[in-house]
Every structure is written in structure tokens, then in C-alpha cells.
Design a protein around this ligand. Sequence first.
Ligand code: SF4
Ligand code: SF4
Length: 347
Amino acid sequence: MEKLSRIVQEFVLIEGACAAGIVTTETLEGGPPSSDLTYVLPGAKSAVSFAVAIDPKTIPPYLTKKDRLSYEQEYLRVSALASGIAFHLSNYLDQKGYPSVPVADNCVYRLESSGGLYDYAPDIAHRYLAVRSGVGYMGLSGNIITKDHGAAIILAAAVTTAGLVPTGPLPSEENYCDNCRLCMASCVSGFMHPKEKIHISLGNYEFEYSKRRHYGRCDCVCSGYTGLHSSGKWSTWSPGRYKVPESDDEINAEQARMIDRHAQWPEAPGGRYFILTDDKLRSSCGHCQIICCPDKNERKARYRMLTESGVAVQNPDGTIEAVSSEAAEKILKSMPADRRILYENLE
Ligand code: SF4
Ligand code: SF4
């Protein structure tokens, strides 16, 4: 098993991963339900967790609102690559006589959860596997952060009945997360709780990160339905200006309204399909992930790029551009009411 454990980590690195590790049912013991490997494979004993890096060249043009599509295409490429590597590795292990399954990078949910899809309960939460196996550290954001690529990575895994040899977590004193809170400052949805933290235990190791509020908060913004910061001075790439409700209890109803209005926007370039709606969604945020890089000066610079990037507005032909907050106000006010209401609630 030692030889196979070495090979499977090298396997994913050869195919494009930037970091890899191994967890077992023992090293995940005591973890949250979404760290249960047997949910995806009865009889599972271990999993190979790995990260694939997003090309950092696509990040500044995205944050400055010069170029949205290049980042979206890179995100989709890396996402498909990560899931593809998981598929290849599980085939490899399967044919060696160890039944295995790939775990896609994202967008697979536990449909039996009481709120169905709206609970956003993943089959497997990759970050638990990644932090416990040493792929990366846990950031305050709750994202996995890596020493070379920060949080600009995509995680995937292959779960297997092979009893692979586990790898350990990275030394916590080397975690570059310095509580800068730029992940929170760049989030317009209030998804990360500013004060409360979650503590989890995975096989006798403790990890903590900011408590997550209603997952629909992130979906309202990350799916591109809305994105104006409360200051009114900057936004995500979304031209939507709906307020994300203060109370988590109001999120589902407001999100349903946003989805309905978004469906009436003119078609913008790019986009991809997501299970909650038949409309294409466009990468609009991801700030907590792409702002968090190891170099603090670069992190601050990326935050500045975002907060000085202006406000997104949509043209009648569907294209989206950034303008000053004052110009955006004027554009909205000049719209006929039946068009303006597609982007903001009118008093
Ligand atoms: S942005 Fe700052 S606080 Fe947030 S995870 Fe990264 S380093 Fe930690
Ligand atoms: S993706 Fe955007 S909306 Fe979602 S938590 Fe991160 S910063 Fe907030």
C-alpha cells in the first residue's frame, strides 16, 4: 500500500494537480457528515484529495472588470480538469482491483437533505479532505489556501476501497492566513460570519474557520443575480442591485425573485448551466477565493483592484460593462421601469 499511495499522489500531479494528499476513514473520524467517504462509496477506506491551480493571469483583469470571460473560461477548464483527473484516478484504482469513485469538484448535492438542493449539502466537502491530508491550510474564509496558489484552486478527489496510507495536515504555524479579513470585505453577501467561528475535528486534529451563514447568500451573488456592495461604490460582475436580506429566513424567497428577474435579462456572453435554474449563469464573484493569495501586498492590491473597479451595468445587447457608481445610477434611472425592475427593487 505504501507504493500505491505514492503512485496515486504522483498520478494526480502528473495529470495537472498542484498538491495532493490522502485521507482515510480514520483520519476523518469525528468530522462533519460531508466528510463521510462511505456516502459516495460503501466500503470506502480512503481518498486521494488534490488541488488544481487557476491561472493567476486571469485574476487581475477579472477583478478590475476589464475581462470577465477569460477568468470564467479558466475556471471552467480547471473545474473540468480536476473532475477529469478524479475520474482517471478512480478508473486506475478500479482496474487494479479496488472499487473507486470520482468525486466531482462541485455541484453535486445530497438531494435527500430536508431542504433539497437549497441546502447545498455536498456529497463530499473537499475542503475537509484537503485540510486533513495536507493539500492546504484552512483560511478564515473557510476556503482551502495553498502556499503557492492561495485559495485560487479547485479541489477534487477519488474515493477508494484501497487502504491507502494517509498523509498528515500541514503545520498550522505555516498557515499564511493572518486574519486580514479581506475575504469578508470583498464579499457583498455576508456569507462569512464576521465574529462567530466553526470548529471541527477530523481524526484528532482541530480546524476552525468563520461560521457560514445561509448558503443561498453566496448563491445570490456567486450565481450573478445581484452584486452591488452596500457602499454603492463597487460591485461584482453582476448588474443586479438587489439587497441580500439581513435575515437568513428571507433568503429563499428573495433568491427566488432574483432568479425570476435574472431569467428576463438579455443574454450576456459566456455562462454555464447550474442545477437550480435552466438559465445560464456567469462567473460574477468568487472574490473570497481569488483575492486570497499568499503575498499580502498582492492580496491588498487585488482588493484595491476590486473596490476601484466600479459598478457593473448591462447594456440592452446583453454585454456587461463597469462604470462609476454615479454613472450607474444615471443609467438605471434612465431605464423604463419595466426594464429597471429587472435589476433592482423599486420603492
Ligand atoms: S483573505 Fe485574509 S483572512 Fe481571509 S482567508 Fe485569506 S488570509 Fe485569511
Ligand atoms: S463567492 Fe462571493 S458571495 Fe460567495 S462567499 Fe465568496 S465572496 Fe461571498
